[in-house]
Design a binder for this molecule. Structure first.
Ligand code: ADP
Length: 389
């Protein structure tokens, strides 16, 4: 490990990132603290991370030849989005490139059905499910009494931010609102709280988790409305959630971050909803609120460095800055002066030129002595901040 650490800090280890969105941008900032060679592959230089990369390469992370060409030029390769060409990653591993998360882990996580089978196989708690080929098979299974209404239908691949998830409640939904293609069917969970744990692991097997967060969802946008750290749960439950997240990361055996989304059911059970093997929206607050940010921690994980201290310094609320409904076009922010005038409020913009309804344009982290104060300040931010045209 020592030689490889020296190489990293002497600038001899080129780090490649598939994807140059906001996560790639926020990871470039701690990479710059260590002056790491930080290479990005994405479609063109308009993406958020491009201005912060030491080298930007234009290409498509979904295309085999582009990922191969890019991967052959770097020493360690990671991702900021799961939907990349994993076939190319398997080939790069054979050629000696260090790829984290491992392509075999990505193959599982990209497919919500394969994820559920993995949890079943590893006896990790998750809601009851069934995998079905298409809408016809779903209707037949309902007819035969194998599935009961209501249930949740999820597209096995390609969904994100609630797209590709639908709740089928009625016969009318069953007739008209099913999503096309191979699907994961889940029991509708009676959710008390949605929790998140971001855990980091390195190749030596060291693991560290950030404090558990709780997420409140906007039902219209199907995105996180706000996030509160730490989650308002008992210490026993917090420990249980962290233990479950670490067990999951160890089962995958991955290096880097694993963001684990959990349901706390009304009966007090913890279930894994899904995971992401990269920095995650539920860890954005760590930039200000924790001693080490999730972005630096991902770098430490994939480069096999000792992991950083994840202690939370103060209560934090994170709000996503979403494009206003009904507004599309060149973005115009209003109320920033007022927002920056509130103490301990931190604005992050992703540099997207065009806004669209509910597009993730940035986020705000709000710190305070306790949850009540933090949420009050968050309401003030929400009242003045506008992301329109
Ligand atoms: P995405 O990958 O698009 O984020 P998720 O699988 O996380 O999709 O689902 C989005 C949201 O839908 C969850 O945050 C939760 O609120 C709700 N949801 C998902 N699965 C279930 C379930 N089995 N029961 C109840 N609600 C669910």
């Amino acid at each position: 490990m020592t030689d490889s650490i020296a190489k990293v800090f002497n600038g001899e280890t080129k780090l490649g990132i598939l994807g140059g969105g906001q996560l790639g941008k926020m990871m470039a900032l701690p990479a710059a603290n260590w002056h790491l060679p930080y290479w990005i592959l994405d479609k063109d230089e308009s993406v958020p991370a491009a201005p912060y990369a030491t080298k930007f390469v234009a290409g498509d992370f979904r295309k085999e030849e582009d990922v191969l060409r890019f991967g052959r030029q770097v020493d360690v390769l990671t991702i900021e989005i799961e939907h990349v060409h994993t076939g190319a990653l398997h080939q790069l591993v054979k050629e000696g490139v260090i790829v984290h998360p491992a392509p075999s882990v990505l193959d599982i996580i990209k497919d919500k059905g394969a994820q559920k089978l993995f949890y079943e196989e590893h006896q990790l708690p998750s809601s009851p499910f069934m995998l079905l080929e298409d809408e016809g098979a779903i209707r037949a299974a309902v007819k035969e009494g194998k599935i009961q209404l209501p249930f949740v239908q999820k597209s096995r691949t390609g969904g994100y931010d609630g797209r590709g998830v639908t709740v089928i409640k009625t016969a009318d939904d069953l007739a008209n609102n099913l999503l096309p293609g191979p699907a994961l069917i889940e029991e509708l969970v009676d959710i008390d709280k949605e929790l998140g744990v971001v855990v980091a692991r390195n190749a030596d097997g060291e693991m560290k988790s950030f404090p558990v967060v709780e997420m409140a969802f906007d039902p219209v946008a199907n995105l996180v409305d706000y996030l509160l750290a730490p989650a308002q749960i008992t210490q026993a439950l917090e420990q249980k959630a962290i233990a479950l997240a670490e067990q999951t990361a160890a089962a995958y055996g991955l290096s880097g971050l694993l963001a684990v989304e959990l349901f706390l059911t009304k009966s007090g059970e913890l279930l894994i909803n899904e995971v992401a093997p990269r920095p995650h929206n539920s860890g954005h607050h760590t930039i200000e609120s924790c001693l080490t940010s999730q972005f630096e921690q991902h770098l430490r994980g994939v480069l096999n460095l000792p992991l950083g201290d994840t202690r939370l310094l103060q209560t934090a609320v994170m709000l996503n800055i979403l494009g206003e409904p009904g507004a599309s076009g060149p973005v115009n922010y209003r109320g920033m002066g007022e927002v920056l005038g509130i103490p301990d409020v931190f604005v992050h913009l992703y540099g997207k030129k065009e806004t669209r309804p509910f597009r993730k344009m940035g986020h705000v982290t709000i710190m305070a002595a306790n949850p009540q104060e933090a949420l009050q300040k968050a309401e003030k931010v929400k009242a003045v901040l506008r992301c329109g045209v």
